[in-house]
Design a protein around this ligand. Structure first.
Ligand code: TMP
Ligand code: MG
Length: 297
């Protein structure tokens, strides 16, 4: 039976045969895909990270900005603030992706990073009405094939939960400007709190960073009624911390996880293969998630 499945997946999802696609257990992936296909679109939900998962990591050799980095624009922050935020990125990003440190070890350092950056942003008195322009001027870019991904999920009425430790207001503007903020899209992220004159004064709610998504999933995602009664989950992420995004799904049946391995490939390959069902190495496209979705819905 396994041999037949193998053949099926090879012919029906040729994207999975590419050499940039790594799987620890191909047969498990195939079984999960077939179980999801049998259950159909009505039983499926998609949970995805945003920065460097739905957005590209790089384009023409240049890094694509994350939602935080999109705010690095003179319309919003001054040069001194730019320097400080860049210095923090240079200090903490290597820690975020360091395979030799555990998530427990990284957690307090991530809280430190996010807290410092948010404090700097608040000092800048960022104006809400300037955000759209900053996104327009940025080189923010969703992965190739993003339109097929978002449109297909909307057409099939499959809820898409975007779970981001980035800045929610910026994230919304990016998907709005790319014309894919469809009604099936739900977002959990760090949202800005503006005063009555439209000036940033705080961030709303519990801080979300890369390694506390489990708490966010339990407190927010579990309450989203649109996600109820959909026991099959396709999860997309680029960080090992993203794997906990589905922890709020009660009575889940099949979970298929796809991890984008963008950076520090050799150092992190083993841990990614051991953690995600499918690992995509330096793949700037949505081709594999789209092929899986086309097959199961
Ligand atoms: P994500 O959960 O949507 O991927 O967003 C989190 C990413 O944002 C994470 O990989 C680190 C990145 N980040 C920045 O690029 N700049 C910053 O100032 C902060 C705090 C995070
Ligand atoms: Mg990410």
């Amino acid at each position: 039976v396994l041999a037949i499945w193998h053949q099926l997946t090879k012919t029906e999802i040729p994207e999975l045969a590419k050499c940039s696609v790594l799987m620890r257990e191909r047969s498990r992936v195939e079984e999960t895909i077939h179980a999801m296909q049998r259950a159909g679109a009505g039983n499926l939900q998609v949970i995805s990270d945003f920065d460097m998962t739905l957005t590209r990591f790089a384009h023409n050799g240049k890094r694509v900005p994350t939602t935080h980095n999109i705010l690095d624009n003179r319309l919003l922050i001054n040069e001194d603030c730019t320097k400080k935020i860049r210095a923090l990125l240079n200090t903490y990003y290597p820690i975020e992706i360091d395979p030799s440190r555990s998530a427990e070890e990284k957690l307090p350092l991530m809280v430190e990073w996010w807290t410092k950056v948010h404090e700097l942003l608040i000092e800048q008195r960022i104006r809400k009405d300037m955000l759209a322009q900053a996104v327009k001027e940025s080189s923010a870019m969703l992965r190739d094939g993003y339109k097929v991904f978002f449109d297909h999920l909307a057409e099939q009425r499959i809820p898409l939960l975007i779970f981001s430790a980035g800045v929610g207001d910026v994230l919304e503007e990016v998907i709005q400007q790319n014309h894919v903020f469809h009604p099936n899209v739900h977002i959990i992220s760090n949202y800005m709190d503006f005063d009555q004159t439209g000036v940033l004064r705080a961030f709303k709610g519990q801080l979300i960073h890369t390694f506390n998504k489990r708490e966010g999933a339990l407190s927010h995602a579990a309450g989203l009624t649109e996600l109820q009664g959909r026991p099959n989950v396709l999860l997309l992420g680029d960080s090992l911390g993203d794997l906990t995004m589905a922890d709020g799904v009660s009575e889940h049946e099949n979970i298929l996880t796809i991890g984008f391995l963008n950076d520090q490939v050799e150092e992190r390959k083993e841990s990614y293969i051991n953690s995600f069902d499918i690992v995509l190495v330096k793949d700037e496209t949505m081709d594999v998630p789209n092929a899986v979705l086309r097959h199961i819905t």
